[in-house]
Design a protein around this ligand. Structure first.
Ligand SMILES: Nc1ncnc2c1ncn2[C@@H]1O[C@H](COP(=O)(O)OP(=O)(O)OP(=O)(O)O)[C@@H](O)[C@H]1O
Ligand SMILES: [Mg+2]
Length: 323
């Protein structure tokens, strides 16, 4: 169920919505350029209302325990491309691209529009197949996987799409509750509390009853992140989480991704045009350029690179983004 198709759902009076449609970021440090170490280490649950804190806290503890096991077991890549090629007809998008992400790390994928960033994420999710090369996800080579096997992988690794890809006929709350209901382990009151807490954490508190069509692009993205977290994944792939999001929400989402890494040991891939966002989050960076992995390395290595293409990209970014 992708974005765009409007199905029948409860319609709201426009006046009813107006007051509610302000993104909010209570409890999270959203106004500073750089969040302090201390704030990033504050338990996630401190960002949610008291009445749901216990339930949300337990939910996160479970997720953290599950993900810690991945890190303990080995330091082998959790996700990797090995010499991946991908064309559409005669149009070659990726040529011999390799990279890896270790458990609990964040990889940022950078590169200009059309370079194959979204295609790479779609291949990791098994929506597109490579022409050649190997793709590892959750430690397994997924290339020969059938749809049923991919569904198993997608329980562990979830994607936040550029457009949010929410279920249009479901309310915001129902969207976030969906993965919780699928698990069949929680009662309705627990689900309500977790949904409330997750929506607070992503800056869209109290929007449970709205439909996705009532939300701005940025808010849809926030709800998509809340839905992804509801499935207690081991890894989240974010496609342009900050595009069309106001700077405050962008900052909040950046902090959230960092907190999820530190506190839930989540493995992440973040596709972004935003160099500052990458600097804040990345353990490693992949820079795609003209079909190739022009750069794959640590953030420090990127900053010291004398590759003119990388330098130009970094310099342009400084110009485009207001300081
Ligand atoms: N299903 C498809 N069929 C044919 N061509 C495709 C398909 N998906 C993507 N492409 C092409 O592959 C290229 C890479 O697309 P992709 O969406 O990965 O770019 P991107 O790096 O994510 O760009 P942006 O920053 O604009 O989102 C583009 O030229 C696109 O037109
Ligand atoms: Mg894209």
């Amino acid at each position: 169920m992708a974005d765009g198709t409007q199905e029948n759902g409860p319609q709201k009076e426009p006046t009813e919505q107006v007051e509610q449609l302000q993104p909010n970021h209570q409890g999270l440090h959203a106004d500073a350029e750089n969040t302090s170490e201390e704030d990033l280490n504050k338990p996630l649950v401190e960002a949610v209302s008291q009445d749901v804190a216990e339930e949300v806290g337990e939910f996160f503890e479970q997720a953290a325990e599950q993900n810690e096991t991945n890190i303990d077991e080995s330091n082998k890549p959790y996700i990797a491309f090995e010499h991946v090629y991908k064309s559409f007809g005669s149009f070659s998008v990726l040529e011999d691209v390799s990279f890896f992400v270790r458990p609990g790390e964040t990889l940022c994928i950078l590169g200009r529009s059309g370079v194959g960033k979204s295609v790479s994420l779609q291949m990791l999710m098994g929506f597109l197949k490579p022409d050649s090369g190997n793709i590892r996800v959750a430690g397994e080579n997924i290339c020969g996987f059938n749809e049923r096997e991919m569904l198993e992988v997608r329980r562990k690794v979830t994607m936040v799409f550029q457009n949010g890809a929410l279920f249009d006929s479901f309310s915001v709350g129902e969207n976030v509750a969906f993965p919780l209901r699928e698990k069949n382990e929680l009662d309705e009151e627990q689900i309500r509390q977790i949904v409330k807490g997750l929506l607070e954490m992503v800056g869209v508190a109290g929007m449970d009853d709205l439909l996705p069509s009532d939300l701005s692009t940025g808010m849809k993205r926030s709800v998509a992140i809340a839905r992804a977290l509801a499935s207690q994944p081991e890894a989240i792939l974010y496609d342009e989480p900050t595009t069309m999001v106001d700077p405050l929400i962008a900052h909040l989402l950046g902090d959230l991704i960092e907190r999820l890494k530190r506190q839930l040991h989540l493995t992440s891939i973040v596709v972004t045009h935003d160099m500052r966002f990458a600097k804040k989050l990345a353990d490693r960076v992949l820079f795609l350029h003209e079909g190739k992995a022009r750069f794959f390395g640590t953030l420090a290595e990127l900053e010291h690179s004398d590759d003119p293409v990388l330098q130009e990209f970094m310099a342009m970014d400084e110009l485009v983004l207001p300081q």
